[in-house]
Design a protein around this ligand. Structure first.
Ligand code: FES
Length: 142
């Protein structure tokens, strides 16, 4: 009985994720850099138009983003977007990370359905706000 339910649940999950790339599925199921960094140099919480939040914490070292993490209470695509934006920003200089765009996140994820594109914007806005928070605090990692 249980295995029948498991099979149905698995089938339904597959149907839900069919519209997404394998990369989106992978990052949604196994998010990179998820959680809180203590002693961060910068942090931001941004609420998207959908009401979901993404938070990003980061640490700088020699002007490079040496550690970065995120948290979200949003959907699977916001998890995938937060995961991907932190992967793209890790190891980059502050200036280069500020140049990361929602299109970069969308390309790296293999695209998102139109109704989920705002998740990539939310992730990038949160990254940029976290970097601005570092810079406003006078922390540039140098
Ligand atoms: Fe709100 Fe994805 S961030 S639906």
């Amino acid at each position: 009985m249980d295995s029948e339910l498991d099979r149905i649940a698995e089938k339904l999950e597959k149907q839900v994720w069919e519209q997404f790339s394998e990369t989106v599925f992978d990052h949604a199921k196994n998010p990179r850099n998820f959680g809180v960094i203590k002693g961060e140099d910068g942090h931001a919480t941004v609420t998207g138009q959908c009401g979901d939040k993404i938070q990003i914490w980061l640490k700088l070292s020699n002007d490079l983003i040496s550690e970065i993490s995120f948290w979200t209470n949003g959907c699977g695509t916001s998890i995938a977007s937060g995961s991907m934006v932190t992967e793209l920003a890790k190891g980059k200089s502050v200036d280069k990370a500020l140049q990361i765009t929602p299109l970069d996140v969308l390309k790296a994820l293999g695209g998102l359905p139109e109704e989920d594109v705002h998740c990539a914007f939310l992730a990038v806005n949160t990254l940029h706000e976290a970097i601005k928070n570092c810079l406003e605090a006078g922390k540039d990692g140098k």
